[in-house]
Design a protein around this ligand. Structure first.
Ligand SMILES: Nc1ncnc2c1ncn2[C@@H]1O[C@H](COP(=O)(O)OP(=O)(O)OP(=O)(O)O)[C@@H](O)[C@H]1O
Ligand SMILES: [Mg+2]
Length: 182
C-alpha cells in the first residue's frame, strides 16, 4: 500500500508537488496523469526514496520513505523512463548481479528468472550482450530486472508503452500479464 499525506516538494521557487494525498491499496494499479512539469516524476522519485519531500509524508507498505529510503528500495521495482542498463553485461549477468545486491536467494532467483524467460520467450537472448539487443528485448530485460526480487510496488516510468510476449518487429502483441506471487 502507498499513502501520501500532504506531500509537497519545492525546488527553489518551483512548487513541483503541492499537497498530494493519495492512497493506493495492494493489488491496485494506479497511474499519475498530468501535463509536462506537473510533478509526476518528482512524486515517483519521492516514493522510491530517491528524493526527500520538502513537507508531508509518504509511506510504502508502512515504511516512511524519507526515514528509510534503503528499506523502500528493497520493495520497489522501478523501470526507468530511459533504460539505463549495463550494455556490456548479458541479461543473465545482470540478473545475477541485481539478485546478489538485493539478497535474493539463488533458488528464488532461478524461479523468478525462469518465469519471465517463459513469459517473454526470451531464452535465446539470455547470454547475449544487452547492448546488442533490440529496444523491445531491452524492455523485457528492464522489466525482469525490476521484478526479480518480487517487489511490493512497481513503478513503470512509461506505462503506455507495451511489451509484446512475442519477439516481433511490429508493435502488436499481447501485453504480458505480470502477477506477483503474493
Ligand atoms: N532536480 C530538479 N531541480 C529543479 N527543478 C526540478 C527538478 N526536478 C524537477 N523540477 C521541476 O519540478 C517540476 C515538476 O517536474 P517533474 O519532472 O516532476 O514533472 P512531470 O510531471 O514528471 O513532467 P513530464 O510529464 O514532462 O515528465 C517542473 O517544473 C520541473 O522543472
Ligand atoms: Mg516525468
Amino acid at each position: 500500500m502507498i499513502q501520501t499525506n500532504d506531500l509537497t516538494k519545492r525546488f527553489g521557487n518551483v512548487l513541483a508537488v503541492d499537497n498530494l494525498n493519495i492512497e493506493v491499496k495492494d493489488g491496485e494499479i494506479y497511474g499519475l496523469l498530468g501535463p509536462n512539469g506537473s510533478g509526476k516524476s518528482t512524486t515517483m522519485k519521492i516514493l522510491t526514496g530517491i528524493l526527500s519531500p520538502s513537507r508531508g509524508k509518504a509511506y510504502v507498505d508502512g515504511i516512511n520513505v524519507e526515514w528509510e529510503p534503503n528499506e523502500v528500495k528493497k520493495i520497489v521495482g522501478y523501470i526507468p523512463e530511459n533504460q539505463i542498463l549495463y550494455e556490456s553485461l548479458t541479461p543473465n549477468e545482470l540478473f545475477n548481479f541485481l539478485g546478489g545486491l538485493r539478497g535474493v536467494p539463488a533458488h528464488k532467483m532461478d524461479k523468478r528468472v525462469n518465469y519471465f524467460l517463459k513469459a517473454f520467450e526470451f531464452n535465446r537472448y539470455l547470454h547475449q550482450y544487452i547492448g546488442t539487443l533490440s529496444f523491445g528485448n531491452k524492455q523485457k530485460v528492464a522489466i525482469t530486472a525490476a521484478l526479480l526480487h518480487d517487489p511490493s510496488v512497481l513503478d513503470n516510468g512509461r506505462s503506455h508503452e507495451r511489451v509484446g510476449s512475442q519477439d516481433r518487429t511490429d508493435t502488436e502483441g499481447d501485453p504480458v500479464q505480470i502477477q506477483g506471487e503474493g
